[in-house]
Design a protein around this ligand. Structure first.
Ligand SMILES: [Zn+2]
Length: 368
């Protein structure tokens, strides 16, 4: 078993199968080598922040394990390379995986609560029991049976206990893969039975190059990778969903207005973005998102202020709005900005305690 501090690494940094994953080179190489040497473990835990690439790596890992090309003679597959291209994307297994209908892959996550039109709070014990039964059956394609539990931190206590039993008595040729953004939410008894792989943030220049490789214009790639906070999935979502970026931009511009305007106008802006028909959970989620944007803009303000003082140009996250930030950067000194960031952190706490959202936000902007 491996812990965070002992991330498995191998000496050879050359990637074997050509998985197109941005960053996470050590993890990719470790998993590829495990497949190549047929040294697979019964359970894996991928953990790290959301949108960082856990699901993307899991998909490559699983489809490569199941790919029929894995068992073909290497020299038959690719004349010029030592290793097969996995997944081959041509065999029955690869095609079924691509269409999400592979009979030996069981992908499990929080179910939808139809009544509330939202996701349920937990992964239930019923879901884990179904998983257990499924893994006890024979493989349909005579290979591995693979279960993925996405968002494993949402396992209910009962579900976690049931899963522990499955992990303690592994059936042959089965692999369980847990994906979690908060490892601390998982019982240590489960963690200790998994091969733990920690996904760290990916460097911005790597994300930018990757975006350009998949067809994003250079200028946009720079903007999206700066905003990604080291998470490739976040950068990709800005590219794939233009509304997502426009929405971000609008919120950033509103923040500049809030800083510039008088109290009355500040309150009007808040009034306008507080939705009338939204559940408390959704409102809290949206306000937390706004607070993340505000905090990131304040951090940029500090960098801009200190760039001009020290003649060093720091990389800011919100480069698309740099000129506007420069214009307002004289309004506060460094200490004041740090104070504002602290106020934002306090606001997040109040939001989690179900205090009236409008009141909380109005109190916050009084500081600006
Ligand atoms: Zn294949």
């Amino acid at each position: 078993m491996t812990t965070d501090n002992q991330q498995p690494t191998t000496s050879n940094q050359q990637l074997l199968f050509g998985w197109s994953i941005v960053g996470h080179e050590n993890i990719v190489e470790y998993l590829e080598t495990s497949i190549l040497n047929n040294k697979l473990t019964h359970a894996y835990l991928f953990h790290g922040p959301g949108h960082i690439g856990k699901r993307a790596v899991a998909q490559k890992f699983i489809s490569s394990i199941l790919c029929e090309a894995r068992f073909q003679k290497k020299d038959v597959i690719e004349k010029d390379t030592k290793y097969p291209i996995l997944p081959c994307k041509k065999c029955v297994s690869c095609k079924e995986f691509e269409r999400n209908i592979h009979p030996d892959v069981y992908w499990l996550k929080k179910e939808k609560d139809e009544k509330r039109d939202a996701l349920k709070k937990n992964i239930s014990i019923k879901q884990i029991r179904q998983l257990h039964d499924r893994l006890a059956m024979h493989s349909f394609l005579r290979g591995y049976k693979i279960a993925v539990i996405e968002g494993a931190e949402a396992l209910s206590e009962e579900a976690a206990n049931a899963l522990l039993k499955t992990l303690e008595e592994p059936t042959p040729q089965t692999i369980i893969l847990l994906l979690a953004s908060k490892i601390e939410a998982l019982p240590s008894t489960i963690i200790s039975r998994c091969q733990v792989l920690k996904f760290g943030l990916v460097r911005q220049d790597k994300i930018s190059r990757w975006l350009q490789k998949i067809g994003v214009q250079k200028e946009e790639a720079e903007i999206f990778s700066s905003l990604s906070l080291g998470k490739p999935g976040r950068a990709l979502s800005f590219f794939e969903d233009k509304d997502n970026f426009l929405d971000y931009k609008k919120k950033a511009e509103e923040f500049i207005e809030i800083i510039k305007e008088n109290i009355l106008k500040k309150f009007t802006i808040i009034e306008n973005f507080l939705p009338r028909k939204m559940s408390v959970i959704e409102t809290t989620l949206m306000l937390n998102e706004i607070l993340d944007i505000w905090e990131s803009l304040l951090r940029d303000l500090i960098l801009i202020k200190n760039s001009s003082k020290s003649n060093i140009t720091f990389r800011i996250a919100n480069i698309f709005i740099k000129e506007k930030l420069e214009k307002i950067s004289g309004k506060y000194d460094n200490l004041q900005i740090v104070g504002l960031i602290k106020e934002i952190k306090k606001t997040r706490e109040y939001l989690s305690q179900n205090v009236n959202p409008r009141l909380i936000m109005e109190n916050l902007v009084l500081n600006f």
